[in-house]
Design a protein around this ligand. Structure first.
Ligand code: ATP
Ligand SMILES: Cc1cn([C@H]2C[C@H](O)[C@@H](COP(=O)(O)O)O2)c(=O)[nH]c1=O
Length: 206
């Protein structure tokens, strides 16, 4: 039996981490075995790569090296955590996956989407989520939430300028329009409990 693979996506501060926990808990109450995970990270090797990616100076990596490191972390995460869980019949709920690379390193960072998909094919045999839930929020509200949480201490990528994050948001929207069967747009405004209900409704057919 194969489980279900669900990814939560979106820019900084839209509520993904909050909703991964809430969605996993709601799925467990419905009797599912659920693994919560995140990117970059989710396996021992990928968590080590996360530190390389998110710590240090803004110019620590070239855009190409950064894309390769995300793909390498994802390959380890898929092989060590995601595939075994799916094969055991669990639901896997991840905070970010491939579409974050397509939006951040691709749409905002200038690496070609085709090359990023090739890296994903090499590293992770092209695994895609059964459903990708894209949380959307006005940029001012997302920035307000992220600032209240981080108090100025953002990581290497979160700390990039507003133009970069605007391109990330535009890239996510474009990706969603290109794959309407896989993506669902979720309004992330409102109480966390209401957002969780919207996520559950977007999984009803699965
Ligand atoms: N529905 C909500 N309404 C108000 N605040 C919220 C809501 N959901 C989450 N928050 C708060 O907003 C902040 C950002 O949420 P969270 O860390 O879940 O976002 P994220 O999308 O995972 O961010 P990032 O990608 O930057 O890590 C947190 O302080 C969280 O408590
Ligand atoms: C998977 C992935 C992530 N990123 C960026 C997005 C965020 O700025 C950080 C992760 O931090 P979070 O608080 O855990 O969301 O990394 C990216 O640029 N490309 C990716 O593929």
């Amino acid at each position: 039996m194969r489980g279900r693979f669900i990814a939560l996506e979106g820019g900084e501060g839209v509520g993904k981490s909050t909703q991964v926990k809430a969605l996993a808990a709601a799925l467990r109450t419905r009797g599912h075995d659920v693994i919560e995970t995140r990117e970059p990270g989710g396996s021992e090797g990928a968590e080590a790569i996360r530190k390389l990616l998110l710590e240090g100076s803004a110019d620590r990596w070239t855009p190409g090296a950064e894309a390769l490191l995300f793909a390498a972390a994802r390959a380890d995460h898929v092989a060590k955590t995601i595939r075994p869980a799916l094969e055991a019949g669990a639901w896997v709920v991840t905070d970010r996956f491939l579409d974050s690379s397509l939006a951040y390193q691709g749409g905002a960072g200038g690496i070609s989407i085709g090359q990023l998909r090739q890296l994903h094919q090499v590293g992770s045999v092209g695994l895609l989520p059964d459903r990708t839930l894209l949380l959307t929020l006005p940029s001012e509200e997302a920035a307000r939430r992220a600032e209240a949480r981080d108090r100025g201490a953002s990581d290497r990528i979160g700390g990039r300028d507003a133009d970069y994050h605007l391109r990330v948001a535009e890239a996510f929207t474009l990706l969603a329009t290109q794959e309407p069967d896989r993506f669902r747009l979720i309004d992330a405004l409102g109480d966390a409990e209401i957002v969780t209900e919207r996520l559950l409704a977007a999984l009803e057919d699965l």
